[in-house]
Ligand binder design. Structure first.
Ligand code: B12
Ligand code: SF4
Ligand code: SF4
Length: 368
């Protein structure tokens, strides 16, 4: 009985502290294997829907936390609503690109600081505590749903009352046998707004994402962006919020986040050196920390967003030493069109030796 009271007391103390420090969501669940999540990951890999994703998809321990932390008994899950801090990119503006709200700044830091305060309580009470946020060793959404922090939306996002999908998630792994919190008895009901809102049809069924069609995936995956997605990328340079924007449970929270945020001048970005570009976006996931992928995204956004300097900037990239960037610059010029773009492409076609870039230039000129 005394042990039970201690467990409940510590959970209550953690909950109180979570409220005091302003965590958006809090819950505690057992550190047992996520069997259904393991099956969902296996199904995504077998069907090819996970594409080149690694993270939790190739980490066998991701769905069984005790493989990484044999002493784990509970997960203390926290959610942080970043919407107010992120504000809004607003409508497209020529010459600018937009970053999805979750990445307008390192919003995970706010969550980490709050989870650190809870971890201190656990350690002070004599327990072990390890913070995991966006870590390959845990599927954050599976933990959040089990702990009752939110429910699984048809967009695959975890949604919470008041915040909708605008949450980042993380957990503390602990050996404390805390009292657990109940899963949320709630779902999306008859709403399906996110499914048609996805510009690429990546949400192939309620709760099932084909990552190989997701724009957020292409913005953070290496290689060339497939032609079929380049126009659909619009002015995005990182992430995509369309299925979140469409989600009614998040609409009220969006009203309080209308100030400008998350827009960047593309000509300026494309003029930055490697170090400055990576420093500006140090919290992005960029394959191999190679800034060429940020420039690739910016060139695609430039081709879609236009703007007074767009043609000159894209034409300048036709002389870049990196063939992948020449390829995307050629596409951008084909998308921008106009006498200057066609002239730059014709000139480049005379000297270009790389087969992929030549193909891209021909494709772009076919739009003339
Ligand atoms: C890989 C990854 C991606 C990939 C793949 C996403 C995916 N859906 O798997 C890509 C790059 C596409 C991506 C995009 C985004 N991501 Co991401 N991503 C991750 C990562 C690293 C792993 C996710 C994972 O393991 N998925 C495994 C698969 C199997 O899970 P699932 O697709 O959700 O499948 C579940 C559902 O189908 C559910 N389910 C089962 N039955 C049913 C039935 C019904 C009716 C429903 C509705 C659901 C359901 O069960 C399955 C698994 O248990 C996590 C961080 C982490 N370590 O967990 C962040 C994470 C999921 N991403 C996050 C964010 C913010 C995003 C973006 C919003 C960013 C952006 N604005 O661009 C987009 C959202 C796209 C989307 N609609 O999901 C947050 C999500 C927070 C939240 N509130 O849910 C996480 C948790 C990061 C964090 N720590 O906060 N991401
Ligand atoms: S993030 Fe964008 S592309 Fe990906 S599922 Fe949502 S709406 Fe579709
Ligand atoms: S848009 Fe509707 S169906 Fe999609 S996640 Fe939000 S509430 Fe659920």
């Amino acid at each position: 009985m005394a042990a039970y009271a201690r467990r409940v007391d510590l959970t209550s103390a953690l909950r109180d502290e979570a409220a005091t420090i302003g965590l958006t969501g809090f819950g505690v669940c057992a550190a047992e294997p996520f069997v259904e999540t393991a099956a969902a990951i296996a199904a995504a890999r077998e069907s090819g829907r996970s594409g080149k994703l690694r993270f939790t998809y190739t980490e066998p321990a991701a769905t069984d936390i005790t493989r990484s932390f044999p002493w784990a008994r509970r997960l203390v899950v926290g959610a942080w609503s970043y919407l107010e801090a992120a504000r809004s990119p607003g409508p497209p503006q020529p010459g600018t690109g937009r970053v999805a709200r979750f990445a307008t700044a390192d919003h995970y830091r706010e969550l980490r600081e709050r989870l650190a305060a809870l971890a201190t309580l656990l350690v002070t009470a004599g327990h072990r505590a390890e913070i995991l946020i966006d870590d390959n060793r845990l599927v954050d959404r599976a933990a959040a749903v089990r702990a009752g922090v939110g429910w699984w939306g048809k967009s695959t996002m975890v949604l919470a009352p008041g915040a909708g999908p605008w949450l980042v998630l993380g957990s503390i792994v602990t050996d404390a046998e805390l009292a657990t919190t109940a899963p949320m008895v709630r779902d999306c009901g008859t709403c399906v707004a996110c499914l048609p809102a996805c510009p690429t049809g990546a949400l192939v069924e309620p709760g099932v994402l084909d990552a190989t069609r997701c724009l957020a995936y292409w913005a953070q995956t290496g290689g060339s962006i497939p032609l079929e997605f380049r126009s659909l990328m619009g002015d995005r340079i990182y992430g995509c919020d369309d299925c979140l924007d469409a989600c009614p449970p998040g609409h009220r929270a969006m009203e309080g986040a209308s100030g400008a945020g998350g827009r960047h001048g593309l000509a300026e970005l494309l003029a930055l050196d490697d170090r400055s570009l990576l420093a500006r976006f140090e919290h992005f996931y960029v394959p191999k920390r190679n800034p060429r992928f940020l420039r690739r995204n910016a060139l695609v956004a430039l081709g879609n967003a236009g703007g007074p300097e767009a043609t000159a900037v894209a034409a300048g990239y036709l002389g870049h030493p990196d063939p992948m960037l020449r390829e995307h610059a050629a596409w951008a010029l084909g998308s921008l069109g106009g006498p200057m773009a066609w002239a730059a492409l014709r000139l480049a076609s005379t000297g270009e030796r790389h087969a992929d870039v030549r193909r891209e230039i021909s494709g772009a000129l076919a739009r003339a």
